[in-house]
Ligand binder design. Structure first.
Ligand code: TPP
Ligand code: MG
Length: 309
């Protein structure tokens, strides 16, 4: 019998030093990944972190594939790859570190930078409407989308495990601070003093209630979401919309991904569907079973061939 390895976070730490700027949100994301991986029950040699992942997962569906990317990489530089990995529903876990800036290249605006921001490449302020990763994911027919905060390690860990458990493309947007080139970019929403009033923590099957006093909630108002106060105008907890991350219809998930007040944190959408690599494997198995060509030699001597003398 194969012995099951008991892994710990040390198994996922590298021997070399990890060098980011002091205070970078990446440290906490990395720690949450190192805590989450021993819990998913996958042997170490089957886990891969890679930047371009579709080919790897298609060729080796047995591997557990993770992709770490930035807002610039996923929404602009590699935007094409990002939307098609989602549309194809390849079983990969994608962590989008959204610091709303091109950090590595020192501070140019990215597709998620807020309108009007002054950056190295927009000295008079950006004149572009930013993308929200969640809108793009749902627009590309995505089946799993979650949003988390770099400073909330337990929630990061839990969400990484949920993303891994979902079969298909799982996209996790991590709101990440870039201490050097975009410091405190998320602070006005998720800063310690304002967070509870600005953030709704989504839980499947639970009413979407938020606020320091836990007296605010979301209701459907026509085709939009509206914030109401429990205890005012006859509103009770029973009137508050219950979060259903599994409903196939993406309308409410889209509204949640788009909403800025309150900002939705947690798993917004988690819907099962067939994955690309499963369908690909079925085609390959079927082709292998039905083809008359069994060897490379037979292939080379099949169809229209001619000999050069
Ligand atoms: C095709 C391509 N274009 C440009 C670059 C240069 N480049 C490297 S990192 C980077 C910015 C990436 O920003 P983001 O994905 O938001 O990551 P961050 O550095 O903010 O974590 C750019 C433009 C590149 N590596 N490849
Ligand atoms: Mg970035």
């Amino acid at each position: 019998m194969e012995e099951v390895q008991k892994l710990t976070r040390e198994d996922f730490q590298t021997a070399g030093p990890v060098k980011w700027c002091a205070g970078c949100g990446s440290y906490s994301i990395l720690a949450a990944v190192q805590n989450a991986l021993p819990q998913i029950g996958v042997p170490k040699e089957k886990i891969v972190f890679v930047s371009g992942a579709s080919g790897l997962k298609s060729a080796r569906p047995d591997l557990n594939v993770w992709l770490a990317t930035g807002d610039g990489d996923s929404m602009a530089i590699g935007g094409n790859h990002f939307i098609h990995l989602i549309r194809r529903n390849i079983d990969i876990n994608v962590l989008v570190f959204n610091n709303k800036i091109y950090g590595l290249t020192k501070g140019q605006y990215s597709p998620t930078t807020p309108y009007g921001s002054i950056t190295k490449s927009s000295p008079d302020g950006t004149i572009e409407n930013p993308f929200k990763p969640g809108e793009l994911v749902i627009g590309a027919e995505g089946n799993f989308f979650a949003r988390v905060i770099d400073k909330e390690p337990r929630n990061l860990e839990k969400t990484f495990i949920a993303a891994n458990a979902h079969k298909g493309a799982s996209i996790v947007e991590v709101l990440q601070n870039c201490v050097i080139f975009n410091d405190k970019i998320h602070e006005s929403i998720i800063g310690k003093d304002v967070r509870d009033d600005n953030v709704v923590m989504l839980e499947h099957g639970k009413p979407m209630i938020f606020g320091k006093e836990r007296n605010k909630g979301l209701v459907l108002d026509g085709a939009d979401l509206k914030v109401v106060t429990i205890g005012e105008n006859g509103i009770t907890e029973k009137d508050i919309l219950v979060h259903d991350m599994t409903t196939k219809n993406p309308s409410i998930h889209y509204l949640l991904a788009k909403m800025t007040y309150p900002l939705a944190i947690g798993v917004i959408r988690c819907v099962d569907d067939a994955t690309y690599e499963t369908k690909l494997q079925e085609q390959v198995d079927n082709a292998v079973a039905t083809t008359k060509i069994k060897t490379v030699d037979q292939l080379l001597h099949s169809g229209q061939i001619f000999e050069i003398k």
